[in-house]
Design a protein around this ligand. Sequence first.
Ligand code: ARG
Length: 467
Amino acid sequence: MSQATNQSWGGRFSEPTDAFVARFTASVTFDQRLARQDIQGSIAHAAMLARVGVLTDDERDAIINGLNEIQGEIERGEFNWSVPLEDVHMNIEARLTDKIGITGKKLHTGRSRNDQVATDIRLFMRDEIDVIEVELKRLREGMIELADREADTIMPGFTHLQTAQPVTFGHHMLAWQEMLARDHERLLDCRKRVNVMPLGAAALAGTTYPIDRHVTAELLGFDRPAENSLDAVSDRDFAIEFTSFASILLMHLSRMSEELVLWTSAQFNFIDLPDRFCTGSSIMPQKKNPDVPELVRGKTGRVYGHLMALLTLMKSQPLAYNKDNQEDKEPLFDAVDTVRDCLKAFADMVPAIEPKKASMYEAARRGFSTATDLADYLVRKGVAFRDAHEIVGQSVAYGLKTEKDLSEMSLDELKQFSDIIEQDVFEVLTLEGSVAARNHIGGTAPNQVRAAAQRAREALSALKAGA
Ligand code: ARG
């Protein structure tokens, strides 16, 4: 082998790689993030090779000790990453050979970087999914407790962003929580397909050594070895699934963010966010900006971008491994970091939301939000719904002219529109009466909100972390 060519694969080459091409094709600047999983995978591979007699026990021990020392060097920041060695895999293998000599060169028996990298990313994704799940659980728990605390707090509910009917703030929080419950299911479902082991597929066709893939899978905590070697090295569905989960989650967080931004404005004035989640303006001394929700809303775009990048990366790729696949890592790493940080920000912030009850109550009162309740009242007294709609419409027009909410009108004023209306109308025209009347599963009545919060708590604790 010529010394001037790459030491890992240079045997058949007659000239060294162009310096720019070496840099262009190298991935070590970013895939060194997979070092821990790369070492974990190599240790299991060496243990399996010894189990089936391809390595001696001494060779296995030398390899495992060497890899553990390298892990220490990396953690202490002492490892010298080399771009000419291309990627994390060859950097670690070269260092192993430096340390333990020829035995280091035996580690790569019966495997290829193609099954190695696919295994590393899956191990990495499994670790990250488990961290993300902890934050997602923490956020859901905080939201459920806030909902329970605010089960009686009345706010206007909106359609078209116009005041529609009164709801409780707790009910609104549980609506958010439902979005996250679906995201949680998607995450755990994605984890099932992440946790399948490519190792043993080698370059694409399998290997001639008497490997035992069940042993390696068990050592690494995978549910099973991948069925087909061609698919195993080329499949990146799990990366696309994760970024789909991430995109839908960020879409949800952006909706929540948007509402938080609106609610903290002077115009809505529904909630306060503690100062630690906000920043000021360098020019306008009065400003307190809801930066955290704004930034989460903004980060949605980059996550959608990563989903598109990965879908497009895989589009039309022929079997099996192609160098294109090296491009899967940066979008995936950024998606993981963004999701984890956004969830952490929300999990810290949501329990600290301070509802401004009087202001929300006043907003609900101002918007004729019990108009539907008046119509329902008339229907209960025998008026057809369309006629009731008309009668209430006239009452609202009168209220707009006189600047009175329906509940502020006298019985005589209301009777101008229908003489069926009696004193008992005021029970349904109050905001409390209106929300209490929506008393069925999924409704906004305070006792329903408390029951729903309890069910949500139970559903959440039934999910085993990392299961
Ligand atoms: N750095 C490569 C990647 O990320 C590792 C696999 C390279 N395999 C190969 N045959 N060039 O995909």
